[in-house]
Design a protein around this ligand. Structure first.
Ligand code: NAD
Length: 325
């Protein structure tokens, strides 16, 4: 059993990963500043004897050095997340996503750390025009005058740094590019589309779609995603490599809204709003985002496959419960 550090462990994906690691018998330290995460995401395990929760920021270098001490596996998930948050505060994105990752890698290489998982994102592909994106494809980031690209660019720099630490110091780094991850505990405040739509539908609508809803996305259930992350970290041949992690079942945002409406309340209406009203004049979006997950499947023998229907049922049931319906 290993001593693990999960940065961002009180977040949506991090809390699910923390539960999985505790169930497997590992010791887990969570470091989280509770900026977009919530303490109650860890309620089910808060009394667990193998769990230590440290509330603080990864930008605090003294704290970071302290929590890394004695750790063997690092799952680095803490980041400024969410299209809205990133568009509103690009400086925070860069400061949170780049310098602390570099420091964490340095501490890991100097210490006893054997494995290091870096949570990256499909946003690094930018406006890639392809049908299904492959890990070694070129990146198509937009101009620096548009702050939304700061997120994908900051994660791309993290990837360069992590791969350099693998190459130079033999640190067992694995990079996971998450595509849209969804499930219970995800909140809609930072622009996440599924919780935003489900919440709007449960409140009687309308559901607000930015632009015309023709954007194409794939949604993977968080339970399957954290199982893949865990399997990658345990697989030695995954070290030094990049993996797409997500579902490859594509759906348009308009069809997603219609599906949610059919499940919650057929009377709910859809409202279309231009991007500019939601995110300002500088905003531009990605039209199609679909991963090729062959490398993931070939390496660990699994990939997220839960049908969207089932995923939405799970989210709606959880949301009804939290809204007291
Ligand atoms: N959810 C997705 O669809 C998705 C897609 C692509 C990439 N990701 C990546 O996955 C990771 C987890 O995302 P999530 O969806 O669980 O979002 P989340 O906001 O729930 O999780 C991020 C966590 O990091 C914490 N955090 C933020 N800044 C911090 C700081 N300075 N110090 C300490 N903790 C800090 C937050 O409080 C939160 O708990 C992120 O790195 C994100 O970039 C997520």
């Amino acid at each position: 059993m290993a001593k693990c550090l999960v940065t961002g462990g009180a977040g949506f994906i991090g809390s699910n990963l923390t539960e999985l690691l505790l169930n497997q018998g590992h010791d887990v330290i969570v470091l989280d500043d509770l900026s977009t995460g919530r303490a109650n995401n860890l309620t089910a395990v808060s009394e667990h004897s193998n769990l230590t929760i440290r509330t603080g920021s990864i930008t605090d270098s003294v704290l970071l050095a302290d929590v890394v001490h004695g750790v063997e596996v690092i799952y680095h998930l803490a980041a400024a997340v969410g299209v809205k948050l990133v568009a509103d505060d690009p400086l925070r994105t860069i400061e949170t996503n780049i310098y602390p990752t570099e420091q964490l890698l340095r501490l890991a290489a100097q210490g006893n750390v054997k494995k290091f998982f870096l949570a990256s994102t499909s946003e690094v592909y930018g406006k890639h025009p392809g049908e299904a994106w492959v890990e070694d494809d070129d990146l198509h980031l937009g101009p620096t005058s548009r702050p939304r690209w700061a997120y994908g660019c900051s994660k791309a720099i993290d990837e360069f740094l992590a791969l350099a630490y693998f190459q130079k110091y033999g640190l067992g780094v694995t990079i996971g590019r998450f595509f849209n991850v969804v499930g219970p505990r995800q909140v809609g405040n930072y622009g996440m589309v599924v919780p935003r739509f489900v919440e709007a539908a449960l409140k009687g609508g309308p559901i607000t779609i930015y632009d015309d809803g023709s954007q194409v996305r794939c949604f993977g259930h968080v339970n399957e995603v954290v199982a893949c992350v865990n399997a990658l970290v345990e697989e030695d041949s995954a070290a030094g490599r990049v993996f797409n992690i997500g579902s490859d079942q594509a759906i348009s945002i308009l069809d997603l809204a219609k599906l949610i409406i059919s499940k919650v309340d057929p009377k709910v209406e859809i409202k279309f709003v231009p991007y500019r009203e939601a995110y300002g004049d500088d905003f531009e979006d990605v039209q199609r985002r679909v991963p090729n997950t062959s490398r993931l499947f070939e390496t660990i023998g699994k990939r997220p496959t839960m049908p969207l229907d089932q995923i939405l049922d799970d989210i709606i049931a959880w949301k009804r419960q939290t809204m007291g319906q």
